[in-house]
Design a protein around this ligand. Sequence first.
Ligand SMILES: Cc1cc2nc3c(=O)[nH]c(=O)nc-3n(C[C@H](O)[C@H](O)[C@H](O)COP(=O)(O)OP(=O)(O)OC[C@H]3O[C@@H](n4cnc5c(N)ncnc54)[C@H](O)[C@@H]3O)c2cc1C
Length: 325
Amino acid sequence: MTKATVEELYDVIIVGGGPAGLCAAMYAGRGMMRTLLIERGLPGGELLNTELIEDYPGFESILGRELAQRMTDHAKKFGATFVTDTVDYLQRRADGVFEVKTELGKTYVAPAVIVTAGGTPSKLEVPGEKEYAGKGVSYCAVCDGAFFRGEVLAVVGGGDAAVEEADYLTRYAVKVYIVHRRDEFRASPILQRRAFENPKIEVIWNQVVEEIEGEERGVRALLLRDTVTGDRSRLPVGGVFVFIGFKPNTGIIRGHVDHDAAGYLITDSQMRTSIPGLFAAGDLRQQLTRQITTAVGDATTAAIAVEKYLAERKETREAAGVGRT
Ligand SMILES: Cc1cc2nc3c(=O)[nH]c(=O)nc-3n(C[C@H](O)[C@H](O)[C@H](O)COP(=O)(O)OP(=O)(O)OC[C@H]3O[C@@H](n4cnc5c(N)ncnc54)[C@H](O)[C@@H]3O)c2cc1C
């Protein structure tokens, strides 16, 4: 078998089928590009872990899985090909074409790739966390805070995200405990000051969460252990927000690509990464906030930028008298 028959050729390959990937596929398909979207699970990404969405314009309230289905149908309508598989790695060859290798042993090639593989919030890995995810355990204050009006909440963590989001949650909650395993925060001084001055926030130092206790309706309490004395205690709360880190899914990219200290991909305003032909959109990109609206905004820009990139590439290659990819 020759190399050409085992490789499937596209104009653009999109890695990840969350809101960013689905929106990029819609625009790329509509732009008449041969578009492949590779998603390891059901399309929808974090939408599938979100019960209700109340901040996506045009939908006052929509179930996460319904929005995922609508975005998927919309992308398919414009001709994008969907494949269920996990991308092992992607790399740019010397001829400027990307090879995308998957766990099922396929190789897909395209001169442009949009990586929209999102990220993974770090978990506490304690009993109750999985059981009550979406029922009082959350990893996103902007997304879920409004569902906890009048509740007593706990935020776990001590970095910028934990301290800032605790402050944000006091808009809705009557009280917010910040549970931190050390006796000082890593968060920037201005965020710390804001939290310390907020009468609704109480910091519980030197405590780790050992278990999240709940009932059918959701979270009821945290079981804590003092890291200094070893004493155990129970903290009644109606919800817990975990901010102990978020890891962008960028390990699939072979070769150096510019990223920040936390691993988020750095792009320019056209979503171009430091690798020519590799674009990034959504949660794995360095930016101020991570929402569905920002993911689809990035993806729109990326798909249009890919179109421009392919046109320029074609012109250069035609001028040099080389073939199609
Ligand atoms: C619990 C929760 C609730 C939220 N609620 C809201 C809300 O109400 N409103 C709001 O605006 N935002 C909300 N968000 C944030 C929002 O969901 C994200 O900002 C958005 O989903 C980011 O889209 P994305 O496409 O960049 O990434 P994701 O949604 O994370 O999608 C990435 C996709 O890539 C796939 N993938 C990863 N690696 C590979 C691989 N190697 N091969 C193939 N596929 C791969 C994943 O399976 C996933 O489907 C919430 C987030 C969480 C966690």
